[in-house]
Write a protein that binds this ligand. Structure first.
Ligand SMILES: [Zn+2]
Length: 301
């Protein structure tokens, strides 16, 4: 993509954004598509597939990511554009990496990290799902909107979500590979359990829901005791809150940035050899962002 003439190509934000745009263009995903606008590289329009096994399965959701002039040292903001029943439209939504929680953002993260984390936020329930821009539409409404969302047309991009993110070609293992391997899908399995608990009037702590994939994915033979889950959560919280370790250089790839994510990836890799590693690690980072957010929301709200 050409840099618009009015932009200074030596500006660090511009260089970083162009680098991310190239990486996303060269390594496309069937789960999302994202690119900066032709006339404003600080504004990206993205289309995200609804997480499978949730009310949003089959849905395609268009949103804009606004990058600040200080990017990547200040976080992006995200606004949903497609009606979805989970997030308000045209409202900066409150998730840990957006400018509502600026202190949690790390320069090594990028647009791809933000998109994957957003996907992980879709199925959250209860306290973890709350925050600025959150909606609690009934399941039937979310499913109805998911069915309509493929034909939704972005007035700025002038094409539908299905055109932005076509359905992946059917194959024997596509979908099932993602469903069996990605932590967010594991989360949604647990969500059903928590939904049942909610229905019976027993509030389910958000942390239990979101921690599950971290506990479960590494070693099925050695189930981790519940106390260990809390330690993991605390470690993640500390990691996100203090940011005492020096951040990686701005040019570093976002996917290498997180210690916990890396170890999760290494442990998981031995069990799931069919998954592309970058996708799994990205997903792991997304889940960790969700964990940090869940803890933050418990403190703030
Ligand atoms: Zn658009």
């Amino acid at each position: 993509m050409a840099v618009p003439a009015m932009l200074n190509k030596n500006n660090s934000a511009v260089k970083r954004i162009m680098q991310e745009a190239r990486e996303l263009a060269n390594d496309p995903s069937t789960e999302y598509s994202a690119a900066p606008l032709e006339d404003d590289i600080f504004e990206w329009h993205c289309t995200l597939r609804g997480p499978s096994g949730t009310d949003f399965e089959g849905g395609l959701y268009h949103f804009r990511i606004r990058l600040p002039a200080e990017y990547p040292f200040r976080p992006p903001s995200i606004m949903l554009l497609t009606p979805n029943g989970r997030f308000e439209l045209n409202t900066k939504i409150c998730i840990s990496f957006t400018n509502y929680h600026e202190e949690l953002w790390q320069p090594a993260w990028g647009v791809r990290t933000a998109i994957i984390a957003l996907q992980g936020f879709f199925p959250l329930k209860g306290q973890a799902a709350m925050g600025i821009g959150a909606l609690e539409a009934p399941s039937s409404e979310r499913r109805r909107l998911a069915a309509l969302s493929k034909d939704w047309v972005c007035p700025r991009c002038n094409h539908s979500n299905l055109q932005s993110l076509p359905d992946p070609p059917p194959s024997n293992d596509s979908g099932s590979t993602l469903a069996s391997a990605s932590p967010p899908t594991t989360t949604t399995t647990e969500e059903k359990t928590s939904a049942e608990a909610d229905a019976s009037g027993v509030p389910t702590p958000a942390v239990d829901v979101t921690v599950t994939p971290v506990v479960r994915s590494p070693e099925a033979d050695h189930p981790t005791p519940p106390g260990n889950a809390n330690r993991i959560t605390e470690a993640v919280a500390n990691d996100g809150a203090t940011t005492s370790s020096p951040p990686p250089p701005p040019g570093a790839a976002p996917r290498g940035g997180h210690q916990v994510g890396s170890s999760l990836y290494q442990q998981s890799r031995t069990h799931v050899s069919t998954v592309r590693p970058p996708m799994l690690l990205d997903t792991a980072i997304g889940v960790l962002l969700v964990l940090v957010f869940a803890l933050l929301c418990r403190r703030v709200f």
